[in-house]
Design a protein around this ligand. Sequence first.
Ligand SMILES: *[C@@H]1O[C@H](CO)[C@@H](O)[C@H](O)[C@H]1NC(C)=O
Ligand SMILES: *[C@@H]1O[C@H](CO)[C@@H](O)[C@H](O)[C@H]1NC(C)=O
Ligand SMILES: *[C@@H]1O[C@H](CO)[C@@H](O)[C@H](O)[C@H]1NC(C)=O
Ligand SMILES: *[C@@H]1O[C@H](CO)[C@@H](O)[C@H](O)[C@H]1NC(C)=O
Ligand SMILES: *[C@@H]1O[C@H](CO)[C@@H](O)[C@H](O)[C@H]1NC(C)=O
Ligand SMILES: *[C@@H]1O[C@H](CO)[C@@H](O)[C@H](O)[C@H]1NC(C)=O
Length: 550
Amino acid sequence: MRNDKLFFCVFLFFFFCLELSRGQNNGKTQVNVGVVTDVGTSYSEAAMLCINMSLADFYSSRPQFQTRLVVNVGDSKKDVVGAAIAALDLIKNKQVKAILGPWTSMQAHFLIEIGQKSQVPIVSFSATSPFLNSLRSPYFFRATYEDSSQVEAIKAFIKLFGWREVVPVYIDNTFGEGIMPRLTDALQDINVRIPYRSVIALNATDTEISVELLKMMNRPTRVFIVHMYSSLASRFFIKAKEIGLMKAGYVWILTNGVTDVLSSINETGIEAMDGVLGIKTYIQKSQDLDKFRSRWRKIFPRLELTVYGLWAYDATTVLEIAIEEAGTNNMTFSNVVDTGRNVSELEALGLSQFGPKLLETLSKVQFRGLGGDFRFVNGQLQPSVFEIVNMIGTGEKTIGFWTEGNGLVKQLDQQPSSMSALSTWQDHLKQKIWPGEADSVPKGWEIPTNGKKLHIGVPKKIGFTDLVKVTRDPITNSTVVTGFCIDFFEVVIQAMPYDVSYEFIPFEKPDGKAAGSYNEMVHQVYLGRYDAIVGDTTVLANRRSKERQC
Ligand SMILES: *[C@@H]1O[C@H](CO)[C@@H](O)[C@H](O)[C@H]1NC(C)=O
Ligand SMILES: *[C@@H]1O[C@H](CO)[C@@H](O)[C@H](O)[C@H]1NC(C)=O
Ligand SMILES: *[C@@H]1O[C@H](CO)[C@@H](O)[C@H](O)[C@H]1NC(C)=O
Ligand SMILES: *[C@@H]1O[C@H](CO)[C@@H](O)[C@H](O)[C@H]1NC(C)=O
Ligand SMILES: *[C@@H]1O[C@H](CO)[C@@H](O)[C@H](O)[C@H]1NC(C)=O
Ligand SMILES: *[C@@H]1O[C@H](CO)[C@@H](O)[C@H](O)[C@H]1NC(C)=O
C-alpha cells in the first residue's frame, strides 16, 4: 500500500519535473517573427492586442504544436522609410522568418522589396492598395481585401439608380489612386462618364478642402465616390455640409476605407455625413466572432475593435499554422556575413533558408478565422459579399448587400428569382434616405446655379388665358402662374435627366400691366433679363436669332 503511494508520488514528481523542464525551454522551437507597425497609435495598439490574443488562444488550444512564434515589434514611426528601417533591423538582428504588417500601402512598397530580396514573407492585414499587386512578389501576402474588390458593388449601385456621370474624390497617394484603374474600367462598362476627378492632399488645409468643394459645386455632376482615410473624410464632410453640398440633389458614396472605421470619426463628422451611402466590408456572423467581441469589450472597453483587428488576429493564426507545417529545419540565413566585399545593406541581409518552404505552406493554409473563411488566392483574400450602409443621423443602417452571384439584394437569403427584370431599386435595397432628406432619387446632375434659380419669363395677358395665366396670391402677394404651357413646361423639366430650379417672372410693368409686345419680351432673353421664356410664343426667324442657349 505505502509503497504504491510512494511510487505514485515519485512518479508524479518525475512527471512534474518533466513538465517544468519543458516549460522552461518549452521543448518547443521558438521562431522569431516581426511586426512592423506605427507604435503609439490607437489602431496599432488594437492590432497588437489582437496579435497577442491570437498567440495565446492558438497555442493554449494546441499544446502539441512543436513551434512557438515569438513576436518582435519594429516601430515604423508612421513613416515609409521608418518602416523599411524597422524591417531591415528585424531581419538582421532578430533573423525573423516572417513579418506581420506594415500598416499602410505606402510603407508596404519598400517592405515587399525587402521581403522578396531576403525571402522573408510579408503578411499585411491593412495595406489594401491594388498597386501593390503590380510588384508581383510571391513573398507578399494580403490578409485583407484589396480595395478594388468593391468596385463591382459600386458599379451595381450606380447602374441601379441610373446615374450617368460620377466624380471620384480621393487622396493623392498610393492608397487613394489605387482604386482608380478598376473603377474607371467598371464605369466605362456601363457607359458612365467621369467628367473630372477631385484629388485632395492628405494634409490639405480646411481652405484647400473648401476650394475643392466649391469647384465641385460649380460643376453639374452630383454623384461623388469618396475614397480616403477617415481622418480626412471627417473634415471633408464637415466642410461639405457647411458649404452646402449635403443638400437634396447630391449623392455621396463612400468606399470601405471610411465605412470600416466609422468609429474613429466623432459625432460632428458622422452627423455631417447624413444620407451618405457606403460600401462596407462584410464579416460573416459566427459564434467565435461573438465570443471574441464580448471578450474584447470586457477587457478593453474603451478600445474599438475594427475589421483590421480581426484581420490582424487571423493573419497571426495563418503564420502560426504555416510555420508549424513548414517544420523546424533550415532556420538559418545564408550568406549573412560577407566581410570581404562592399555589399549593400540589403545584400548583407542574406537569404532566409526557411523562406521557400514557408511560402509553400502559407499559400495552402485554410481555416475558419474571425473574419470568415481564410484562404489566400493569388496571395490575398477574396471577398464575395459587401454590405451596403446608409448614414442616418448619428449612425449607420444596413440597407442591403452586394453578392458576387446575385448583385444587390436586401437580404443575403433573398431569392434572385423574386427580382424581375423590371424591378425598381426598392426591390434591391431597403428604404434609404438621401442627403437633405430628398424625397426622390437624386438625378445626379444639376445645372449649377450657385443657389440662383433660372429666370423664366412669362407673358402677362388679358383675354385668352388657358395657355398662360399670371395672377397674384392675395395673401402672400406672390406670383402664381398657371395654364397649359406651364403644365407642359413642368412635365418637361421633370423628365430632364438633371435637376433644374427656376422661378417664373411675369413680363409686366410695376402696375401689373403687360410690359410690352411678345417681340419685346423675347428680346429680354437676349438682354439677359430672362434665361428662357414659357408661353404661347411662336418661334419666328427674327426671334430665334435672339434666343440664348441656357
Ligand atoms: C504583445 O506582446 C509583445 C511580445 O510579447 C509585447 O512586447 C507587447 O507589449 C504586447 N502588446 C500588447 C499591446 O499587449
Ligand atoms: C503637404 O505636404 C506636402 C509634401 O509632403 C508639402 O509640400 C505641402 O506644403 C504640405 N501642405 C500643407 C498645407 O501643409
Ligand atoms: C470632430 O472632428 C473634426 C475633424 O476631424 C474636428 O475638426 C472637430 O473639432 C471635432 N469635434 C469635436 C467636438 O471633437
Ligand atoms: C566600400 O565603399 C566605400 C564607399 O562606397 C568606400 O569608401 C570603401 O573604401 C569601400 N570599402 C571596401 C572594403 O571596398
Ligand atoms: C533547406 O533549404 C534549401 C533551400 O532553401 C533546400 O534546398 C534544402 O533541401 C533544405 N534543407 C532541409 C533539411 O530542409
Ligand atoms: C406685391 O409685389 C409686387 C412685385 O413683387 C410689388 O410691386 C407690390 O408692391 C407688392 N404689393 C404689396 C401690396 O405688397
